[in-house]
Design a protein. Structure first.
Length: 415
């Protein structure tokens, strides 16, 4: 049991066996045995401190937790309760004794002699198995209005996270784009990094929305120069780790743009004016909706995408071969137009193939939308798509205008 001295103010009324009576009655103390009520997993999450206690019927307890970034795992000990006194003794010598109050099956709070306290919630289910798999967050990570993240949890206790601009208070930079150890005990998920481990309380909701399972995670932080506890919540959708593309068609529904920086100058891009120094994704979203952008997969090894470049002409479409390796997709546009660029991007489907996410880092964005711009100009007779020099100039214009950008396109299955 670790001790931390910044706690939430929380009042719990003792409800397990405490007698109540009127002023006229005799206040006889009733001895209560809480040993059976304490069996199970209990978790505490507060700013700078988190702990999971697994308590057995024989009074054994195992503690896993984090205090100020320092992680401990599976520290064994014993728990003893006598009336409203709790004593915890651990093999590492970090022991604790204090008064406690309890709401059976819900929570208990331990108070030290100074009145400082820790509150633990009861966990009916351990979520270690439920988190295994791949999850995508595109509703905005904490501190970033429209960030995008992909997390994969393996059953061997390893996780990988890909994001672009996650705030360091939420995700330490050492967590991003590398393999990190993790552990789930009850409803606490520990991300294990030396000296900066973090913890999230998670809620797993099978079939939480029409697209599939939802994983919601919440952390508590104390911002610098503030004593006000901040609660941050983000939501993830389970996606498949292998793609089932053939025969599916998707309509564009929304865009998430992050980490964007570029030339402070308006450029014409498929009939729309863009300034990548001021871009927030709104214009890109408007453009793709105006163009009625769609993608479909006639076969497992080909993609077809189309846009309505003109209201008076049929929507042109391009069919290109693709190569798929896991969630990585390479669009081989050079096989269709030798002057065009191949595009590496990452794609994800929900459990029922009803939603498709297409994630493009900077180099993929330049090539993907460069291809669209070249085809657009060719359709309008503004460029000879076989002219290597002229086509290269189009890609160079986009490349020069964009320093960095990360784009996630969200597509919904066509009805």
């Amino acid at each position: 049991m670790k001790k931390y001295f910044k706690f939430m103010i929380l009042a719990l009324v003792a409800m397990c066996g405490f007698a109540s009576c009127s002023e006229e009655c005799e206040h006889n103390f009733i001895e209560v045995d809480y040993s059976k009520d304490l069996v199970g997993t209990w978790t505490c999450l507060e700013a700078g401190y988190a702990e999971a206690l697994v308590i057995s019927a024989d009074g054994k307890v195992v503690s896993t937790g984090v205090e100020n970034g320092e992680y401990w795992d599976g520290v064994k000990g014993n728990i003893k309760t006598v009336n409203n006194k709790m004593t915890l003794t651990f093999g590492d010598g970090d022991n604790y004794e204090g008064r406690f109050e309890m709401i059976c099956g819900e929570a208990f709070t331990i108070f030290d002699e100074n009145g400082e306290h820790l509150t633990y919630r009861y966990c009916a289910n351990d979520l270690a198995d439920e988190v295994v798999g791949m999850w995508v967050c595109n509703d905005g990570l904490p501190g970033e209005e429209k960030d995008f993240a992909i997390i994969t949890y393996s059953d061997n206790g390893k996780m990988t996270m890909t994001t672009q601009k996650a705030p360091e208070a939420f995700i330490p930079v050492d967590f991003v784009n590398v393999v990190v150890d993790y552990k789930v005990v009850g409803d606490l998920k520990f991300h294990i990094v030396p000296n900066q481990s973090t913890v999230a309380r998670i809620v797993y909701t099978p079939n939480g929305i029409s697209f599939g399972d939802i994983l919601t995670q919440t952390i508590h932080i104390l911002p610098e120069n503030s004593n006000d506890l901040v609660e941050i919540t983000s939501t993830f959708l389970r996606v498949k780790e292998t793609l089932a593309l053939e025969g599916n068609k998707y309509d564009y529904i929304k865009t998430f743009v992050t980490n964007v920086d570029g030339l402070d100058k308006d450029i014409n891009f498929m009939g729309f004016e863009f300034n990548f120094a001021k871009m927030d994704g709104v214009k890109l979203d408007k453009m793709l909706k105006t163009l009625l952008f769609t993608v479909e997969f006639p076969a497992a090894d080909s993609i077809k995408y189309s846009c309505h470049y003109s209201t008076t002409a049929p929507a042109p479409s391009v069919v290109a071969p693709i190569e798929v390796e896991g969630n990585k997709m390479t669009i081989k546009m050079s096989k269709v137009y030798p002057t065009a660029k191949d595009v590496d991007l990452y794609t994800f489907q929900d459990a029922d193939n009803c939603q498709l996410h297409m994630y493009l880092p900077t180099y993929s964005f330049i090539n993907f939308f460069g291809n669209m711009q070249v085809v657009f100009m060719s359709q309008l007779g503004q460029i000879d798509i076989t002219d290597e020099v002229a086509v290269k100039a189009v890609y160079d214009d986009i490349d020069n205008a964009v320093n960095t950008i990360n784009v996630s396109l969200v597509m919904e299955k066509a009805k």
